[in-house]
Design a binder for this molecule. Sequence first.
Ligand code: MG
Length: 169
Amino acid sequence: MTAATRIGIGHDTHRISQGGPLQLGGVAISCAFHLVGHSDADVLLHAVTDALLGAAAMGDIGDLFPDTDPANRGRDSAEMLKVAYEQVHGSGYDLVNLDCIVFAERPKLGPHKRAIRARLAGILQTDVARIGVQAKTGEGVGVIGQGQAISAQCVVLLEGQRGHGDTHL
Ligand code: MG
C-alpha cells in the first residue's frame, strides 16, 4: 500500500501592542512590542498548528483549544502545538516538512530565523532540515507595513505511517 500524503495550510494574524518581548515561533525576541491574544499570541506557532491539524482534517486550533475555556488564557502556544502534533501523529501521520512565512515590518527577523527553526524542530521532534522559515515585510503598506499587526502562513506535508493512511477519516 502506498503511504498517503496530505498537505495542510495555516494562517494567523495578531495585533501589536507596546512593550516587549515579542513571542514568535516559540522564541522570545527582544523588542519594543508584543502580540495581543487570548493565549501567548504566538502567531507563527498558531499558523503551524493549524497547518498540521488541517493536513490531517482534524479541524483547527480553535476547535482543540477554545478561547471560551479559561484554561487556554495565556497558554503556551508551544505546548498547544506539541499537543496538536501528538494528535496528528497518533492518527497515523508523520511530518515530512513544513515551510512558513512571517509577515512583519519589524523587527528584522533575519537574525532570529535560525533560532526559530531550531525551536520548531525541537517542539515537533524533527530535524531542522525539515523546517523552513521565511520573513517578509509589508513594504510600508497596510496593517503589516504600518506595524499594526504580524501575520504568519504555513504549509505542511504529512506522510501516512506504514499501515495507516486515511483510516481515521
Ligand atoms: Mg492566533
